[in-house]
Design a protein around this ligand. Structure first.
Ligand code: RFL
Ligand code: PHB
Length: 390
């Protein structure tokens, strides 16, 4: 078997890359470990930056997103018994976020790819990239061999692509946080119009949503927490304690339909390339979800990779491919900083002494009382505009 670009992983990065390449006349095969049903049911991100929405719409896969996505012009930071709105319309005029589940993005992309006759293989075992340091790379899977010009490693943080790169090639930059997030999806109308990021002495809580009928919540919990320690009654009690901290706010409860624990980690591998193997999305970098950046970074990466590959096929010049990693890493590191910053701003750290606690409160007070500080948060949260090269 032969294709131009062998793509490992059918998450948002791999699927969007395959679609964008198709629009430029470049063919690919997508190899995915899990089933289509599993990929479409995985509850993860929910916040899309303006640039992500524009990318999906321009690529012709944004119809349902524009119909069903919830356009938000602000978020609330809640702490010390009061809520403070970060008003995007005032701080970053013309820019907003859209709340639309990652699993819906994945469904839309799979549908579009299959309609165009794409070759996506689900439930393939033993995917392995080979000969990435030669100009005849290939991928093996389930006893078969796929020859290609280039391999795209879009297989997420635990994928195989990054791990096949020989020791010494990549430098990893990493930070682990001493807590995890318990994520909860519930069949109950949101008790708020905009997202609420709440800092309390018992830990962080986030009230998000998926639709007018479905709410999404997160609770800061100890690292390696067992989901079994969180029966529904405990989840609702803790959410109420952490969110019902301002006068008049009452949290509606309902049926919980999904619960999972996510560790919090920052990680960057540099460079995002080894020969003919290019890493994109979570395969190369992850951020704690507090800044809502992971999916948006994956989209920015594959935009750049598409442009670089198209340039290569059209002109024979590898200039953009050679610049791919540096071009991605600029945005990646901005998002790393913002995600670390939001995380330290809003979580409780057991290691914090009284001094650290006071610093955090002063920081929160500054972000919610100074327009300059709030604008910094807002412009990063809605996402910095793409540069000319992106
Ligand atoms: P994915 O989505 O992990 O997809 C990788 C795909 O590769 C497959 N795979 C393999 N396939 C073949 N062979 C192998 N050996 C393979 N190993 C793995 C996997 O099955 C999978 O289908 O990576 P991708 O495409 O780079 O996308 C990245 C995003 O998924 C991720 O950054 C976001 O979900 C992060 N994130 C958020 N990002 C945002 O932009 N906004 C948010 O609001 C947001 N909230 C979140 C989040 C992530 C969360 N979790 C669960 C980590 C909230 C949470 C709770
Ligand atoms: C979500 O809705 O899943 C979500 C929203 C904001 C975040 C992280 C996750 O910062």
């Amino acid at each position: 078997m032969r294709t131009q670009v062998a793509i490992i992983g059918a998450g948002p990065a791999g699927l969007l890359l395959s679609h964008l390449l198709h629009l430029r006349g470049i063919e690919s095969v997508v190899l995915e470990l899990r089933s289509r049903a599993h990929a479409e049911a995985r509850v993860r991100a929910g916040v899309l930056e303006q640039g992500t929405v524009d990318t999906l719409v321009e690529a012709g896969v944004g119809d349902r997103l524009l119909r069903e996505g919830l356009l938000h012009h602000g978020i609330e930071l809640r702490f010390g018994g009061a809520g403070h709105r970060v008003a995007f319309e005032k701080l970053v005029p013309g820019r907003a976020i859209t709340v639309y589940g990652q699993q819906e993005v994945v469904k839309d992309l799979i549908a579009a790819r299959l309609k165009d006759g794409a070759d996506i293989r689900f439930e393939v075992d033993d995917v392995m990239p080979h000969a990435a340091d030669t100009d005849r790379p290939y991928v093996t899977f389930g006893g078969q061999r796929l020859d290609c010009d280039v391999i795209a490693g879009c297989d997420g943080f635990h994928g195989v692509s990054r791990q096949t790169i020989p020791p010494g090639v990549l430098t990893a930059y990493e930070r682990e946080y001493p807590f995890a997030w318990l994520g909860v999806l519930a069949r109950v109308p949101p008790s708020t119009e905009e997202l609420i990021y709440a800092r309390t002495d018992r830990g962080f809580a986030l009230h998000s949503m998926r639709s007018p009928e479905i709410s999404r919540f997160y609770l800061q919990v100890p690292p390696d927490e067992d989901v079994a320690a969180w029966p529904d009654t405990r989840v609702w009690a803790e959410l109420k304690t952490r969110l019902e901290t301002v006068p008049g706010f009452e949290l509606s409860t309902g049926e919980i339909v999904d619960k999972s624990v996510t560790p919090m980690r920052s990680y960057v591998a540099e460079p995002m390339r080894y020969g003919r193997l290019f890493l994109a999305g979570d395969a190369a970098h992850i951020v704690p979800p507090t800044g809502a950046k992971g999916l948006n970074l994956a989209v920015a990466d594959v935009r750049l990779l598409t442009r670089a590959l198209a340039h290569w096929y059209e002109t024979g010049s590898a200039d953009l491919l050679d610049g791919y990693s540096d071009a991605c890493l600029k945005r990646v590191w901005r998002a790393q900083h913002f995600s670390w910053w939001m995380t330290t701003l809003l979580h409780t750290f057991d290691s914090d002494d009284a001094y650290g606690h006071r610093l955090q409160l002063s920081h929160l007070d500054y972000v919610t009382s100074s327009e300059a500080a709030a604008a910094t948060l807002a412009e990063n949260y809605v996402g910095l505009p793409y540069g000319a090269a992106e």
